[in-house]
Design a protein around this ligand. Sequence first.
Ligand code: ATR
Length: 283
Amino acid sequence: MTDKTVTVTTPIDRYGVMGDPVSHSRSPVIHRLFALHTQQSLQYELLPVPPEKLEIAVRQFQRTGGKGLNITVPHKTEVLRLVDQMSERAVTAGAVNTLSFKGGEIYGDNTDGIGLLRDLVVNLNISVEDANILILGAGGATRGIIAPLLEMQPKSLMIANRSLGKAEALAVHFSRLGPVSACRFNAVPVSTPYDLIINATSAGVKGEAPPYPIDAISDTTYCYDLSYGLSPTPFSVWAREAGARQSVMGWGMLVEQAAESFNLWRGVRPDTAPVLKQMSIPA
Ligand code: ATR
């Protein structure tokens, strides 16, 4: 009789980010660093998926044993129809950036808002409570951050947008959560100084320069761009030149939202500071 040893190998847990385009995404680097730092064994891939292939790609990822996905532009709203269960914050945001696959079901969550708040409050020490906040833009990115910002009880939250109707619709939708109002992009009231201006338009990404409201900035204003790049974004350059107290790009939010997703998947929240440092992110 021969003594046979059978080695059973457990397949490595698979994660990834689906978007279009997605080749520029830093998520694989961030999640691999998180895995390294928390001694987790996992694989994280870039998954370019055009809108018409989203459903097939998600189902196939699920069928082949994938554990979790980040969902990015332009799929964050479209993916809602594929989830079986959704967190309250994803319902409020009307968008999902994190999918978890468990027991044959797809669970959708949104970690963008908490990611922004952690960067503002914990990393940058910016006080949101009692602040006068101005958000530029009224698209999907704005929708995802209004509720978490209002939860921090700012004094006021003004949404300015090129098309007034979209800003007004958001203000009406979120008015039960706090003092939120809307105005046209070029008619921002400036009687009270803004403590925080957040750029949530996609103008810079498209190489466009809208008439940012210069009178809304003073030397006490923090400016935060949800966009980020290896060189300063047009908004962050404008804010610096306009004399803002501090002008920051959204690298911290990117890393913080990733840490929240990682926590949902792995049950451990990685330390974000060393990752932000290791990514050599420009100031
Ligand atoms: P996202 O999901 O990234 O928010 P979106 O839903 O397409 O993308 O929203 C883009 C936002 O950027 C909108 O508020 C848009 O303004 P409109 O609602 O008026 O279209 C804003 N935006 C894009 N390009 C702009 C530009 N050149 N000037 C001012 N606002 C711009």
